[in-house]
Design a binder for this molecule. Structure first.
Ligand SMILES: [Zn+2]
Ligand SMILES: [Zn+2]
Length: 374
């Protein structure tokens, strides 16, 4: 009824304007265009307003006039298939083509901002981290097991120790990427946590407090969380290396004074006795530090290096640490804009170009693990 009344009013106005045509043909055309566009615009808006908010045909897989609903369903199917492929082709030095394809497809989904903070994204990451949590009951008999978590978060396990580095849930406090019910249970499996620097994609005070409240040590860089809890300690007070024996974990921690620009960024060299040595670089990015990084390989025999995938002077830095294996971190940090959300394919390309280094790498994504034996 409403449509009819408004349409009748427009018709009558249109007729009146038509009678002016022989006198003012220019003005007539302009008015005619305005009236026609107004009618079209009104009809479309009215039609859109009549669409139900939720696509009633979704369960029949019909998405006409619901493009966002279509994209959401496509993402859900793609994430689930990627998850299946990654399980069938776990991390290895020379990944098979399906695994590479799955990682590149994941890059595509994670660089399509339709999927940022979307339900398919949350389901994907939480399904994987829940599976990882269950896997943490699997004993480590020999060597090292390295889990990759969100962003630059890693957990390293030996038969004697489970330590976390830069454990964060991502997202916001109200809406974390990894649900509290999962991340805090993962933290519960760990004996200690080492935090590289104060940026929010590496340092999470709530998680640090969860460690401290259970009497587990957290090591943070200078200036971060000082005085918060006696179990949260800043051991590096001058720009020299500090060695911390952890007898009960059968390991020694070496803290190296790195920087991200001018910010303190502890580089942790974790020496797990008779199991292997792992170094985590945090967000290392500083030209001056390259002078001493060149010689790290002379002081420590590093088995596995966990560098940020965009570390500055990558080839020189990797040579300086001189590890036997590299597992990069920090790909697809979802809080970054897509140009600085470094993709897995970029890491693949970098290593293709650095083949002359002769150091193998294993490219991993969220919730995966790799067993390293000397
Ligand atoms: Zn940072
Ligand atoms: Zn970072």
């Amino acid at each position: 009824m409403k449509n009819f009344t408004i349409f009748a009013a427009f018709s009558s106005f249109y007729k009146k304007v038509s009678s002016m045509r022989q006198y003012h043909s220019h003005r007539y055309r302009a008015i005619r265009l305005t009236v026609v566009s107004a009618i079209l615009c009104w009809t479309c808006t009215d039609a859109a307003a009549q669409l139900p908010e939720k696509n009633p045909y979704e369960e029949h897989l019909i998405f006409w006039r619901y493009p966002n609903n279509y994209l959401e369903n496509q993402a859900r199917v793609a994430f689930a298939t990627i998850d299946e492929v990654l399980q069938a082709y776990p991390p290895q030095k020379e990944p098979a083509l399906p695994r590479k394809m799955a990682l590149i497809s994941l890059d595509q989904l994670l660089h399509d901002t339709h999927n940022d903070k979307s339900e398919p994204f949350y389901t994907f990451i939480n399904t994987r981290l829940q599976r990882m949590l269950e896997d943490m009951d699997r004993p480590v008999k020999k060597g090292l097991r390295i889990y990759k978590l969100y962003n630059d978060g890693f957990i390293i396990r030996t038969k004697d120790a489970t330590v976390a580095v830069d454990l964060t849930p991502g997202g916001t406090k109200e809406h974390p990427f990894i649900a509290d019910s999962i991340i805090y249970r993962i933290a519960g499996h760990c004996d200690a946590m080492f935090v590289s620097h104060s940026h929010g994609d590496h340092a999470n005070l709530d998680i640090a407090k969860a460690f401290a409240s259970r009497g587990k040590l957290v090591i943070a860089p200078k200036g971060l969380w000082e005085g918060v809890d006696p179990m949260i300690q800043q051991l590096l007070v001058a720009d020299t290396t500090v060695d911390v024996p952890f007898k009960e974990l059968n390991m020694t921690l070496h803290i190296l004074p790195g920087h991200q620009d001018d910010m303190y960024n502890n580089i942790y060299v974790m020496e797990f006795h008779r199991c292997g040595t792992v170094a985590h670089t945090g967000d290392q990015w500083n030209e001056d530090d390259l002078q001493w990084i060149d010689n790290v390989n002379k002081r420590y025999k590093i088995d596995v290096l966990l560098p940020n995938c965009w570390i500055n002077s990558m080839e020189r830095s990797l040579k300086g640490f001189g590890p036997k294996l590299i597992i990069t971190g920090h790909e697809n940090e979802m809080e970054h804009t897509i140009d600085h959300r470094e993709a897995y394919w970029i890491t693949m390309k970098k290593f293709e170009r650095m083949q002359s280094l002769g150091i193998p790498n294993v490219l991993m994504t969220w919730g995966e693990s790799y067993d390293y034996k000397r």
